[in-house]
Design a protein. Structure first.
Length: 216
């Protein structure tokens, strides 16, 4: 589990295609001393497993499914990535709960200056539109952001100068592809409220009448 508060960035040192997917080597710009082989790390919002580590560099395997569902297949030597290690019990939750399970790929439609900040408009897959809520949370390339405005499948977020400098967002441009993970709480709420679904009705005793009776 992650928070969407990026610890630092990394650079892709090598990319190796393998039958089952891809192997990548990443050089982080921060100390990885307490990161052990077998532990998770979020790379542009994708939860990967550290398979080997040497100093501030580490290796990870990327499955064929992950390549299909995320932008990691776009990475090449020299690419910059956002990095975050897992949340520890007792640590402060500065962003929101992020699983590292990418829900879809978005495309940057427009970038507009707003003082020293930048407003970025992103087109999301249609299947994610129901989870986009104004003032709700979303992870974009692993970064926890607040949705400012929503228009159908398009939403906008504001990137403050600090976030621009501490992440890869300073390199975004129109047409850039980004990993999107919607709020897990929103996904559970959507699952609960799809009461007209025949499949859902078979699996629960909760009905619209039940919710009304109990004040929902």
């Amino acid at each position: 589990m992650f928070t969407g508060i990026i610890e630092g960035t990394g650079r892709i040192k090598s990319v190796k295609k393998v039958p089952q997917g891809m192997q990548i080597e990443i050089a982080a710009d921060f100390d990885l001393e307490r990161s052990n082989v077998g532990e998770s790390i979020a790379v542009n919002g994708c939860c990967l497993t550290i398979t080997s580590r040497l100093g501030t560099s580490f290796w990870a395997d990327v499955s064929a499914e992950t390549l299909d569902k995320t932008t990691l297949g776009d990475l090449q030597e020299g690419s910059a990535v956002n990095l975050e290690r897992p949340l520890k019990m007792g640590e402060r939750l500065g962003g929101h709960l992020v699983q590292g399970h990418v829900d879809g790929i978005g495309s940057v439609e427009a970038i507009q200056a707003a003082g020293e900040a930048r407003e970025i408009r992103i087109q999301s897959p249609q299947k994610l539109a129901c989870y986009l809520v104004e003032k709700g949370s979303i992870a974009v390339d692993g970064v926890s952001l607040t949705i400012n405005q929503v228009e159908r499948e398009t939403f906008s977020v504001m990137i403050i100068p600090h976030t621009q400098m501490q992440t890869t967002f300073h390199g975004l441009k129109t047409g850039s592809r980004v990993n999107l993970e919607v709020d897990i709480i929103g996904k559970y709420v959507a699952k609960l409220t799809h009461l007209d679904s025949e499949e859902y009705q078979k699996g629960t005793k909760i009905t619209q009448e039940f919710l009304k009776k109990h004040g929902f």
